[in-house]
Design a protein around this ligand. Structure first.
Ligand SMILES: Nc1nc2c(ncn2[C@@H]2O[C@H](COP(=O)(O)OP(=O)(O)OP(=O)(O)O)[C@@H](O)[C@H]2O)c(=O)[nH]1
Ligand SMILES: [Mg+2]
Length: 330
């Protein structure tokens, strides 16, 4: 199970990846900090059944502590995507190539409004544009794969009565699209698979959009919720995209807590409301943790709630994708 972290530059993809995996990756405020994809293992936290039996289990994969089970999920952090990527802009095609193997995406959006479409510093930017842009680029990517061969492809299928679903799945080979996926789209809508040469451009684009949604399901992580205008922007996003699951988070805060835990300064279990101090901290460390505690762990949009629900929801996302491929998560 591979989840790709996608989004424009500087939204916090690598920070999110590092908070989940604790791998050593480059994080910086300038665009295109990441060029080559980073792979790592993150964990989805779920309640463990061992609580019912009052024992401590030893899972084959992942780990279990205090009746919380941490299920491993492979994550991939890639380069930022900008408008025109499907035509090769930015790191365009290379970026999209890196995403072929993903089973699902988490779209990391900067809800602070402090980065523009290219990931450069800005003020008052509307993150709704970022969702529009990414959705559009992913659709163009999928549509482009069929469009470039469509005329000859559709004519041959129509004349030779070749199996449409099989032929389409072959065109998308490498993107984890199978025959069953194509059949599901055909069943759901009224595309005429025996006469594809008669499809219009709109038919083709709609078909590819549906195939993309089915084969690369996506949720949104509304990152940088700790910034002043983030809550306002979050509401704008929710209003514009009522059908997409949107989960606010602060990757930066989560990373600080995870690193402090790793260094033995605090005891913190990912997704919990509290952490326990284990050592004397210096003034700077104390201040940083105080800010996280006051503003992020206790507030309405708390890091705990956020990271907790993000984990919970990413399970649904993973299971949805796993089910498609008829295999279990672990
Ligand atoms: N305030 C705040 N800043 C954050 C948060 N997450 C990341 N950042 C900052 O955002 C900037 C960009 O972070 P990266 O993780 O490098 O972003 P990226 O999306 O991987 O960027 P590219 O690799 O260039 O595409 C850095 O300065 C981070 O410290 C957050 O939750 N809150
Ligand atoms: Mg990065």
């Amino acid at each position: 199970m591979l989840i790709g972290l996608v989004g424009k530059p500087s939204v916090g993809k690598s920070t999110f990846f590092k908070a989940c995996t604790l791998s050593d990756v480059a994080i910086a405020s300038y665009p295109f900090t990441t060029i080559k994809p980073n792979h790592g293992v993150g964990y989805v936290k779920i309640e463990c059944i061992d609580k019912e039996f009052n024992v401590q289990c030893q899972p084959r994969t992942g780990y279990c502590t205090k009746h919380k089970r941490f299920v491993p999920v492979e994550l991939m952090d890639v380069a930022g995507l900008v408008k025109g990527a499907s035509e090769g802009r930015g790191l365009g095609n290379q970026f999209l190539d890196d995403l072929r193997q993903a089973d699902a995406f988490i779209h990391i959006v900067d809800v602070s409004g402090e980065t523009d479409a290219e990931g450069k510093e800005a003020k008052g930017y509307n993150p709704v544009y970022d969702v529009e842009m990414l959705e559009n680029e992913l659709d163009l990517w999928y549509t482009g794969i069929l469009q470039k061969v469509w005329k000859g492809f559709a004519r041959t299928i129509q004349n030779t009565k070749e199996n449409f679903a099989k032929a389409v799945a072959k065109q998308f080979s490498g993107l984890k699209v199978n025959e069953e996926d194509v059949k599901r789209i055909l069943l759901k809508s009224n595309y005429d698979a025996e006469r594809p040469a008669e499809w219009t451009d709109i038919h083709l684009r709609n078909f590819c959009n549906e195939l993309r949604h089915l084969t690369k399901p996506m949720i949104i992580a509304a990152n940088k919720i700790d910034r002043p205008f983030s809550k306002e922007n979050l509401e704008r996003l929710k209003k514009a995209y009522p059908n997409i699951m949107i989960i606010p988070c602060s990757a930066d805060s989560e990373l600080a807590l995870r690193e402090a835990n790793k260094a033995g300064l605090i005891e913190y279990m990912p997704g919990e409301a509290e952490f326990k101090l284990l050592k004397q901290l210096n003034e700077k460390q104390k201040q940083a943790l105080d800010v996280i505690k006051k503003n992020r762990l206790k507030g309405k949009y708390s890091a705990r709630l956020l990271s907790g629900s993000l984990r919970h929801n990413s399970i649904r996302l993973c299971l949805q994708a796993a089910y498609r491929h008829r295999k279990w998560l672990c």
